[in-house]
Design a protein around this ligand. Structure first.
Ligand code: ADE
Ligand code: ZN
Length: 318
């Protein structure tokens, strides 16, 4: 693979069924499924919420720093094997603290794995703390304050979970505070939600990238804005198929977005649930006839340029 970065990856979505069972056994937690096959049988989603329900059930096995480190290491090993050179990963602290897992336990486990990756794999990393948009702005602000107070290593903030009914503007104050702290800002928008959420993410939250954003194609003026400002979109094709954002990979709009001049990147979102990692997403698009060799070069280059890697690292990878 050409030097490339993954920019849209939820650590919680990397828990493979085998890992869920292994960690459950270690922590003596009874799972609501009796076998890996029975769990896999549930991986048929009708929309974003149906996936979130299963994902949030499964993360209940994560209790200790070791669990968070193991989850993160397993992803980094797989990402490096695919040839990725840089990865910016989301973590949802609220999904763990709400279950009673102490924040320092969560952050220490993830940080210990991330800090090893450049040395062991030549894979640089960045952590993005994502807020659950179906929770209150107060909860997001408290989370941001708690993470800042820990002096945890993270590069930015994001916004994810159930999109419709939870517009970006709900989190204006939190993103303003993140900006004042010098943090990077991204938000999921235009996955299931309307183009107006993409406008809000840009103009109210001041985000530097849009996660998903595929619904921008419903708004011609928005497409022109994205092209003019070269706003990166972190698109996740296999996720879009799994969550029925598109009918199938053949009808995915990625090649249209490229043709329109939008700065798109290809990412895996929740690879354990949606049928694969970045390399699998690129393979699926290529098999469906969406990508030329030149497109693959453009996508790899876009991923590095759109990353928050420091300028020296970007230069190394471009
Ligand atoms: N959390 C994990 N994956 C997500 C997605 N695709 N959209 C919103 N929230 C998510
Ligand atoms: Zn996502």
């Amino acid at each position: 693979m050409l030097p490339a970065a993954e920019l849209h990856l939820h650590l919680e979505g990397t828990l493979e069924p085998e890992t869920i069972f292994a960690i459950a056994e270690r922590n003596k937690i009874a799972l609501p499924y009796s076998s890996i096959d029975q769990l896999r049988a549930r991986y048929a989603f009708t929309d974003l919420q149906s996936f979130l329900d299963l994902c949030y059930t499964n993360i209940d096995v994560l209790r200790t720093a070791e669990d968070f480190a193991d989850m993160t290491t397993a992803y980094l090993d797989r990402a490096a094997a695919a040839g990725l050179r840089h990865a910016e990963v989301f973590l949802n602290p609220q999904a763990h603290t709400a279950r009673g897992v102490p924040l320092p336990e969560v952050m220490a486990g993830v940080a210990s794995a991330l800090s090893e990756s450049l040395r062991t794999h030549g894979l640089s990393t960045g952590l993005i703390v994502a807020f659950l948009r179906d929770e209150s702005e107060e909860s997001a602000m408290a989370t941001l304050n708690a993470v800042l107070a820990l002096d945890a290593a993270f590069i930015g903030v994001g916004l994810d979970s159930a999109e419709v009914g939870h517009p970006p503007s709900k989190f204006a104050k939190v993103f303003q505070r993140a900006r004042a702290e010098g943090l990077h800002r991204v938000a999921h928008a235009g996955e299931e939600g309307p183009p107006s959420y993409i406008w809000e993410a840009l103009d109210v939250l001041g985000v530097e990238r849009i996660d998903h954003g595929v619904r921008c194609l419903d708004d011609e003026r928005l497409v022109r804005r994205l092209v003019e400002d070269q706003v990166p979109l972190t698109v996740c094709p296999l996720s879009n198929v799994s969550l029925r954002v598109v009918d199938d990979i053949a009808s995915h709009p990625l090649s249209t977005m490229l043709e329109r001049g939008i700065k798109v990147t290809v990412n895996s979102d929740d690879p354990a649930y949606f049928g694969g990692y970045v390399d699998d997403n690129l393979d699926a698009l290529t098999r469906a006839g969406h990508l030329t060799g030149a497109d693959l070069v453009t996508l790899a280059r876009n991923s590095i340029e759109a990353s928050f890697a420091d300028p020296g690292r970007k230069q190394q990878l471009l």
